[in-house]
Write a protein that binds this ligand. Structure first.
Ligand code: JFZ
Length: 469
């Protein structure tokens, strides 16, 4: 009996007794590293929140629902049932030809290596052609928007990620009464037909996921959203079955941790900062801080901070709180220096067009990445706990210094770096720099002016394995 058969049998037995359900059966740490490698090297992805809510643009009854906060939640904010919401939103959801190609170009131009987009958000509207729902793009628009988007992303060589909400404000068997913590527009209202059978909703959820993972070729990321402490995992979503279905259809796929809301799954509380720096691979491959950058790295834990360009994920015509290029680029550097990924969001309008401010911000990041990308892609976390003048990333014996505050005296000290520098230079233009190893660390002589006011990168090739005291 060959080793392979033995392995397969032991995996079946283990799976049967539910030992390794969520994780990739029989996957070794090396196997996991190989599966995660492209994602860890990518460091930067683009998030896209787009759906029926995008046409409403944060407006209801002609009035702004709010000027800040997630307008993809507008149905819940105005407590509208799904029929009322759909009647208002569908006429304003009019994807223009080629919208997806524009998204792909923006992502590519920004230096993003992957794109995660909403195949279904909490409102329950499916952007793909679903055989189990009339609340989908095929029935409403006679288009398969997931197909259009996936093809556009692949054409630009971008990896593909599916955001998929397990929360559903449309399906009439979704038992919203079973969670105090999860949102629903009909919260507190009795079920219209008296009872609901959540298992029927779960069958529908698993079928739609099966369609998404069977009809559109290779899918690189599954970005589930989201669970509460009082309603999560196998009880709420048959989560382990969903992960097994997903891994059986897409063996190389990478999944986040939002089918669960327990400490071992990387959560310590509700709220966007409720994440914990630990993750058992049984519950997912990476943790997901939201709108927040951890103070320190989380050695041994894969993590990805998702963030908006203003304060909303879905498009709002009332939200102008756009982050500056400095904030966005320094966030990317800060996150990479702590060993994490940055998933930066755009919220296209009802016709799929992208707000000018978002295009401009993504382009500015792209301009910086064109010059400095090697100090981000394929790097690992900083060797230094704290640097007063900026951040650092590492790639083997090369240390990248990202200088935010250029020293007035043109002298930069890398505290505690004891390894001699074989060569040091400005990444932009390659100007060599004088480097001296002292008791305080490595001291670099810099030109008077910073090459980049936001973050100037210095490359230091060390003459041996990095030693930091
Ligand atoms: C969720 C979504 O609700 C939101 O619309 C967006 O898609 C974002 C990326 O993810 O946001 C959350 C998730 C969890 C909490 C709040 C907002 N929480 O735990 O309170």
């Amino acid at each position: 009996m060959t080793r392979r058969v033995l392995m397969a049998q032991s995996v079946m037995i283990l799976a049967a007794c539910g030992v390794i359900v969520g994780a990739v059966a029989g996957e070794t740490p090396a196997g996991r590293d190989a599966r995660m490698a492209w994602w860890r090297d990518a460091r930067f992805g683009m998030f896209v929140h787009w759906g029926l809510y995008s046409g409403l643009a944060g407006t209801w009854d002609g009035k702004p629902v709010a000027t800040s906060g997630g307008m993809e939640w507008i149905q819940e904010r105005v407590k509208a049932d799904t029929d009322t919401y759909a009647k208002r939103a569908i006429p304003l959801f009019t994807p223009r030809p080629g919208f997806a190609r524009e998204w792909a170009r923006i992502a590519k131009d920004a230096g993003a290596r992957y794109v995660v987009f909403t195949t279904k958000h909490h409102d329950g509207f499916a952007l793909h052609d679903s055989a189990v729902s009339e609340y989908d793009a095929a029935s409403v628009l006679h288009r398969d928007l997931v197909k259009e988007i996936v093809e556009a992303l692949r054409a630009e060589g971008l990896r593909v990620g599916f955001y998929h909400s397990v929360i559903d404000w449309h399906h009439d068997q979704y038992e919203y009464g079973r969670s105090r913590q999860l949102p629903h527009p009909l919260k507190g209202q009795p079920y219209k037909n008296g009872t609901r059978d959540h298992q029927q909703y779960l069958a529908y959820l698993h079928q739609e996921v099966n369609e998404l993972l069977s009809k559109y070729g290779p899918v690189d990321i599954m970005w589930w959203d989201y669970s509460a402490q009082d309603f999560q995992g196998q009880e709420a979503w048959r989560a382990f079955d969903l992960m097994q279905l997903t891994r059986s259809k897409q063996p190389g796929i990478i999944m986040n941790n939002r089918l669960f809301r327990t400490p071992e799954a990387g959560w310590k509380s509700m709220g966007t900062e409720g994440y914990a720096a630990s993750l058992d691979p049984k519950y997912g491959d990476f943790i997901t801080p939201e709108q927040h950058i951890p103070d320190t790295g989380m050695p041994g834990v894969d993590w990805e901070t998702c963030m908006t360009l203003n304060t909303t994920w879905g498009y709002s015509e009332h939200d102008h709180a756009w982050k500056s290029d400095e904030t966005l680029i320094r966030n990317l550097v800060d996150i990479a220096s702590k060993g994490g990924n940055y998933l930066l969001n755009i919220g296209p309008k009802g016709d799929g067009s992208v707000p000018d401010e978002s295009v401009r911000s993504m382009h500015a990041i792209g301009a910086w990445m064109t010059v400095n990308g090697e100090a981000i892609y394929g790097t690992r976390a900083s060797l230094f706990s704290r640097l007063t003048w900026g951040r650092s990333t590492t790639k083997g014996r090369t240390v990248y210094l990202h200088v935010f505050d250029w020293p007035a005296d043109s002298t930069l000290t890398v505290p505690g770096l004891m390894t001699r520098a074989k060569a040091a230079r400005l990444l932009a233009g390659g100007v060599p720099l004088e480097a001296t190893t002292t008791a305080a660390g490595l001291v670099l002589k810099l030109p008077a002016r910073a090459p980049d006011p936001i973050a100037s990168v210095i490359t230091v090739e060390l003459d041996g394995a990095p030693t930091v005291k």
